[in-house]
Design a protein. Structure first.
Length: 366
C-alpha cells in the first residue's frame, strides 16, 4: 500500500472562495484516517484533490513517495467509493465490479477470480447476476466497495459512503468497512460529517472547519483533550455545555463564575488555573459529567441548579435539558437512578475535575 502526504495544500475556486487552506497532513501506510467536519468545511474537496478530481491551487500531494499534482486520476492507483454508489444501471453486479479491470485489459480469468474473491469477502456472491436496480441500498454500497477492492489500489478513498443508508445499515456497514481495512491492510481515507462514524472508525481523525485543520488526533485524545472550542463542541453527543466567565479567588478557594452568575467551586487538581489572567475564559463540561453517578460519587463536587424543560429517555441513558439562568444545559445520566419530572427544579452535581477550559478570545485550549 502507500503513505499519502499533503503539504501546504490550498484550493481556491474561480469565485475566490477558499475551500481548503494550508492543509498539512501525513497519512501513514495502512492507516485509516477520517476527515470530519460540518458541510462546506473542505473535507470532500480535499479528498477529491487526492483523487485528482479537483486541481490544487498550490502545495503538493504525494502518494507512495511520488508527487501526483499533475498525474491523471486513473494513473494514481487509487480507488474511490462515492456517496451515490456511481454504479452503471444497465450492467450486472459482476460487470460493474469488473469494469475497471476490463478497461485496463486484465485477462478474463484474472478478472473473474478477482471479482468473485471480492464478492465473497463482502457477502454478495449470490448477487453477481443482478442489476443495481434490483438491490437494496446496503447491497449497492457493497458492490461499490467491491469494485474498489478488485482494483487492488494503493489507497482507498471513501466520500460519505454511508449517508444514504438507514441507521441500522450504517452501523452494519461501518463495522464491515473497518473489518475490511484490517483484512486488506490498506491505506484508507474516509470523509464524513458524522462524528460517530469518525470516532468508531478512524485510527486518527482530522477535524476541519472553514477549510482549515482544527485538530488531528486519535479518537480518545480528540474527545478528552480537544484543542479548541470548535472541536470540543463538534465531537461528542450530546454537545458539550459551554459557559463564559472567569476564575475568581474567594476565601482561599477558586471558583468559576459565569457571566450570568453561575458559580462553581474548582477542585485542587486544576492547578494550571491557579495563576492570574483567567478573567475571560470558556468552561466546557460534557453532559455525562453533570448529574451522573460519577459526579454524585464525590461529595465535594459543586452543583448546578436548574429547571427541567425536556426529558429524553434513550434506554440505557437519559438526556435531561435544563434551564439555568440564561443557559440551556444538557445532562446525560444513567437509567434506573433518580427519577425526574419536567418542570422540576433540581440540583445536579458537576464532575468539575473533567471540565475543559478555553481562552474566550482565541477559543484555544488553556
Amino acid at each position: 500500500m502507500a503513505e499519502v502526504i499533503l503539504k501546504n495544500v490550498k484550493k481556491v475556486y474561480d469565485n475566490k472562495n477558499v475551500a481548503v487552506n494550508d492543509f498539512n497532513l501525513e497519512i501513514k501506510d495502512k492507516e485509516f484516517v477520517v476527515f470530519v467536519g460540518p458541510s462546506g468545511c473542505g473535507k470532500s474537496t480535499t479528498l477529491r484533490m487526492i483523487a485528482g478530481l479537483e486541481e490544487i491551487t498550490s502545495g503538493t500531494i504525494s502518494i507512495d513517495g511520488k508527487v501526483v499534482n499533475e498525474v491523471l486520476p486513473k494513473d494514481r492507483n487509487i480507488a474511490m467509493v462515492f456517496q451515490n454508489y456511481a454504479l452503471y444501471p444497465h450492467m450486472s453486479v459482476f460487470e460493474n465490479m469488473a469494469f475497471g479491470l476490463k478497461l485496463r485489459k486484465f485477462p478474463k480469468k484474472e478478472i473473474e477470480s478477482s471479482v468473485k474473491s471480492a464478492a465473497e469477502i463482502l457477502g454478495i456472491g449470490d448477487l453477481l447476476n443482478r442489476r443495481p436496480g434490483a438491490l437494496s441500498g446496503g447491497q449497492r454500497q457493497r458492490v461499490a466497495v467491491g469494485r474498489a477492492i478488485v482494483r487492488k489500489p494503493s489507497v482507498f478513498l471513501f466520500d460519505e459512503p454511508l449517508s444514504n443508508l438507514d441507521a441500522k445499515l450504517r452501523t452494519q456497514m461501518r463495522t464491515e468497512i473497518k473489518r475490511l481495512h484490517s483484512s486488506l491492510n490498506a491505506t484508507m481515507i474516509y470523509v464524513t460529517h458524522d462524528q460517530t462514524e469518525a470516532m468508531t472508525m478512524g485510527d486518527r481523525i482530522v477535524v476541519m472547519k472553514d477549510g482549515f485543520i482544527q485538530q488531528v488526533a486519535e479518537p480518545l485524545e480528540l474527545y478528552n483533550k480537544p484543542a479548541n472550542k470548535f472541536t470540543a463542541g463538534f465531537i461528542g453527543m450530546p454537545q458539550m455545555n459551554f459557559f463564559y466567565g472567569s476564575i475568581i479567588n474567594s476565601g482561599g478557594d477558586r471558583f468559576f463564575k459565569s457571566d450570568d452568575g453561575i458559580s462553581l467551586k474548582l477542585g485542587n487538581d486544576l492547578t494550571f488555573l491557579s495563576g492570574s489572567g483567567y478573567e475571560n475564559i470558556i468552561m466546557g463540561i460534557r453532559p455525562e459529567e453533570i448529574g451522573s453517578l460519577t459526579a454524585k460519587s464525590n461529595s465535594t463536587n459543586p452543583v448546578i441548579k436548574g429547571r427541567i424543560d425536556v426529558i429524553e429517555p434513550l434506554g440505557s441513558e437519559i438526556y435531561i435539558y435544563l434551564t439555568c439562568g440564561k443557559h440551556e444545559i444538557i445532562s446525560r445520566i444513567e437509567s434506573g437512578g433518580t427519577s425526574y419530572s419536567v418542570g422540576e427544579t433540581v440540583e445536579l452535581p458537576v464532575n468539575i475535575g473533567k471540565a475543559h477550559f478555553f481562552d474566550a478570545k482565541t477559543e484555544n485550549r488553556l
